[in-house]
Design a protein around this ligand. Structure first.
Ligand SMILES: Nc1ncnc2c1ncn2[C@@H]1O[C@H](COP(=O)(O)OP(=O)(O)OP(=O)(O)O)[C@@H](O)[C@H]1O
Ligand SMILES: [Mg+2]
Length: 290
């Protein structure tokens, strides 16, 4: 099998429209608005990255997109149809590992097709392809505890992709990995995305991750969150880390995004939010290093 041959059934990619969505938690006077009049589109076949201050409401939006919860106002449409609940056409990869500890890498990757009774030759061929793609062929018979953090995340990506969702939704999947492993993961993930041609929605608080991965970058306000800016990251693919570091366009996007994020983080910083203070401090440290 060559790298150019991608053995997967053709599933049309989806497009999500978020229209005037608001969401609050809590009762009556104790209620807190987390998402407010939020509008954006997750375009078909593109990788849309959402970045916003910690605690602004990104995971809340993901739960709404996944259909685990519902908006108080507004609508979320998948190809024009309202989202009525969870479905395998919108697959979510969370930060926490969802690998089954009692299954090997190979068994974990094949979990979806097996659970649906679709463990056929096509599924096995696709699993083999994904196993190679994420560099885990030699770790096929290992259990999750025998894999490094980065390997576990790669197994997880393969385990999600085998299900051919119309949209892949990822909530900070590489949070907590060391910087070097994280950068490697970006290249693995970007490669998988580029080959799949599938709609992807990726949430992060890491500006370098956001700029490296995004076709379109949604920059969110602080809580209650809404889209403050949309930036098209028109840097050609495939992207290599070394090229992104020296790309004028990538650096311009990073600076523009950082300026907005800094303003948003400072808003809650002035309200005394610990999360925002940490966020501002981390970026100040990183900018000083750059
Ligand atoms: N089920 C819930 N009940 C009450 N409050 C909630 C609930 N879920 C989230 N919140 C509140 O909504 C706010 C936004 O949380 P959310 O997890 O969506 O933020 P986030 O942007 O994903 O943060 P992070 O970057 O740290 O992951 C927080 O103040 C949180 O306490
Ligand atoms: Mg979150």
């Amino acid at each position: 099998m060559t790298d150019n041959h991608v053995p997967r059934p053709v599933v049309a990619s989806g497009e999500i429209a978020v229209r005037g969505v608001s969401k609050s938690y809590g009762e009556a006077h104790l209620s807190r608005e987390v998402v407010k009049d939020c509008d954006f589109t997750i375009e078909r076949g593109k990788l849309t990255v959402m970045i916003g201050p910690s605690g602004c409401g990104k995971s809340t939006l993901i739960r709404l997109l996944a259909g685990f919860e519902f908006p108080d106002r507004g609508q979320i449409l998948l190809d024009g149809q309202p989202i009525k609940g969870p479905s395998r056409d919108r697959l979510v990869v969370f930060q926490e590992s969802a690998l089954f500890p009692w299954m090997t890498t190979w068994e974990n990757i094949l979990y979806g097709p097996r659970a649906r009774g679709e463990l056929n030759a096509q599924a096995l061929e696709f699993a083999e392809f994904l196993l190679n793609k994420v560099g885990l062929r030699e770790f096929r018979h290992k259990y999750p505890t025998q894999l490094s953090g980065g390997m576990q995340r790669r197994a997880e990506l393969a385990r999600a992709m085998i299900n051919n969702p119309q949209i892949m939704i990822l909530d900070e999947p590489f949070r907590g990995l060391d910087a070097m492993t994280k950068e490697l993961m970006w290249e693995y993930y970007a490669n998988l995305y580029e080959e799949s041609g599938r709609t992807n929605f990726f949430v992060t608080t890491d500006i370098d991750e956001a700029v490296f991965l995004a076709d379109r970058l949604l920059i969110m306000t602080n809580i209650p969150t809404q889209v403050r800016a949309v930036i098209e990251v028109d840097v050609p693919r495939p992207r290599r880390l070394a090229d992104m570091v020296t790309s004028d366009r990538a650096n311009a996007v990073k600076m523009e995004a950082l300026a907005i994020l800094h303003e948003e983080a400072m808003k809650s910083f002035s309200r005394g939010s610990k999360a925002a203070a940490d966020f501002v401090e981390a970026y100040a440290r990183r900018s000083a290093k750059a």
